[in-house]
Design a protein around this ligand. Structure first.
Ligand code: HEC
Length: 131
């Protein structure tokens, strides 16, 4: 099996970006998390470091490659992600995005997070889960 050059370049880029992300994530203080689950707070803490707009965000840049502009690279701008799809990606992980355990994001936090990320979800649009 041959790995295409594009895949290798993409992986290399992601590894570089992940290194930067790890450094940034370690600077964050978990004590900043509020007690009651707020989808936005969970998102800002766990997802924004990789999915915020602009360079230096491996999730955003990977999705830029994946969809080549056909769908927004920024997670919060997507209209095709249902809360269910978001939850599956969060618990299962994809590529460099490791699965999140219940000790990191509880089921209650995930429910709040999934509705927050999927707040622009419009039914009848294509979803990555159905590809
Ligand atoms: C370590 C960086 C990182 C973190 C942290 C992260 N992600 Fe990701 N995420 C990625 C990468 C990389 C992809 C893969 C994109 C691809 O397939 O090219 C991805 C993909 C996704 C996808 C799939 C989108 C699609 O259309 O394929 C969803 C949904 C997602 N992330 C949601 C989240 C949520 C919600 C969080 C917070 C709990 C989160 N991510 C945290 C890096 C991250």
């Amino acid at each position: 099996m041959t790995v295409s050059l594009t895949s290798r370049l993409r992986l290399t880029l992601l590894l570089v970006l992940l290194t930067a992300w790890t450094a940034a994530a370690h600077a964050a203080d978990p004590a900043d998390m509020p007690a009651a689950p707020s989808g936005q707070a969970v998102y800002e803490h766990w997802c924004a470091p990789c999915h915020a707009p602009g360079p230096g965000h491996p999730g955003t840049q990977s999705l830029q490659f994946k969809y080549a502009g056909k769908t927004p690279a920024v997670l919060l701008e997507r209209t095709d992600l249902s809360p269910q799809v978001v939850s599956v990606f969060v618990r299962q992980g994809v590529l460099l995005m490791a699965p999140f355990r219940k000790t990191e994001i509880t089921d209650a936090e995930l429910a709040a997070l999934a509705s927050y990320v999927a707040r622009n979800f419009k039914r009848n649009t294509r979803s990555p889960a159905r590809e």
